[in-house]
Design a protein around this ligand. Structure first.
Ligand SMILES: [Zn+2]
Length: 308
């Protein structure tokens, strides 16, 4: 048994979406199915998400925004919280579990029970800004987990490394100018969300990548700036916003990574965690919309995390 924790929803299809929507319940299922087929599942420590009290969301979001989200949630059927982001009665249960899983992971990694963790959750979180939903995201899961970790006396600085194909606008908006958080975001540029791509704060490291960039060039363009930024910052704990939509088969992104690049990204992150953060690393799923590519890429991610 590895020392990797894997956290999944109590019900994979809690947050339902219209039939053609890319951020579908089938994503969680694809990740789990692949892990079972390859046998890696047996080597992971599987837990179910524990919900968090929505009041906690106010640590990283405007209180009025959270109150409003719960007021507008429909008793039945579906509404759009924004043009990309459908909201149903059960969505907020999924949101509370997704956000709760990050806190659950932080507690168990800091206690030493597990070396690292992957939260296979949806909806994703990194586009959610302090006061608005955006790009399929309601609550910024990784920001909440990072903020929670900083309440531990042993954690003074945390790194959030985001390798989703889309820029981490929400995470940046929440943490810009903070001395105890560094956000490193690799992303396709120009591309959605078309904001926050310029370096607007000393604790934000943006690494824009042109469309159609493939493995070799991608690695060449990202390794040095990531290593340099992190070695200067020296985090006590590392978080990954693990989006798998830079894969060449993904319909939402225009980069040309292959699944092995996610093994490489994960190993680089683990090396940094071993150097600065006692190996402690917590990863939360963000994007990834081609089910096959998502399954293959997340499998590579977990192979690296679990040392397989
Ligand atoms: Zn994305």
């Amino acid at each position: 048994m590895s020392s990797t924790l894997f956290i999944q929803h109590s019900q994979f299809d809690q947050h339902s979406v219209p039939p053609s929507h890319p951020e579908s319940p089938l994503r969680s299922l694809a990740v789990e199915t692949r892990l079972r087929q390859t046998g890696l599942w047996q080597d992971l420590n599987i837990q179910t998400c524990q919900s968090v009290n929505p009041e906690m969301f106010k640590q990283v979001h405007n209180p009025g925004y959270i109150d409003q989200l719960y007021q507008i949630a429909p008793a039945k059927g579906m509404i759009l919280a924004d043009p990309d982001t459908p909201l149903t009665f059960n969505t907020l249960s999924a949101v509370a579990e997704a956000a709760g899983s990050g806190i659950q992971a932080v507690k168990q990694v800091l206690s030493g029970d597990f070396k690292n963790a992957f939260c296979a959750v949806r909806p994703p979180g990194h586009h959610a800004e302090p006061g608005k939903t955006m790009g399929f995201c309601f609550i910024n899961n990784i920001a909440l987990a990072a903020q929670f970790a900083l309440s531990d006396p042993s954690i003074n600085k945390v790194l959030i490394f985001d390798f989703d194909v889309h820029q981490a606008n929400g995470t940046i908006e929440i943490f810009k100018h903070r001395k105890d958080v560094m956000v490193v975001s690799i992303f396709q540029h120009p591309h959605f969300p078309f904001s926050h791509w310029h370096n607007q704060a000393e604790n934000i490291v943006n690494i824009p990548i042109e469309a159609q960039t493939a493995s070799t060039m991608f690695r060449r363009m990202t390794e040095k700036p990531v290593m340099e930024a992190v070695s200067k910052f020296k985090p006590d704990l590392i978080f990954l916003s693990a989006g798998f939509d830079a894969h060449t088969d993904d319909p939402m992104g225009g980069l040309d990574l292959i699944e092995e690049d996610y093994y490489w990204l994960t190993k680089m992150s683990m090396d940094l965690a071993n150097t600065y953060a006692k190996g402690r690393l917590i990863s939360m799923m963000e994007g990834g919309y081609n089910l096959e590519a998502l399954a293959l890429s997340s499998h590579q991610h977990l192979q690296a995390l679990s040392g397989n």
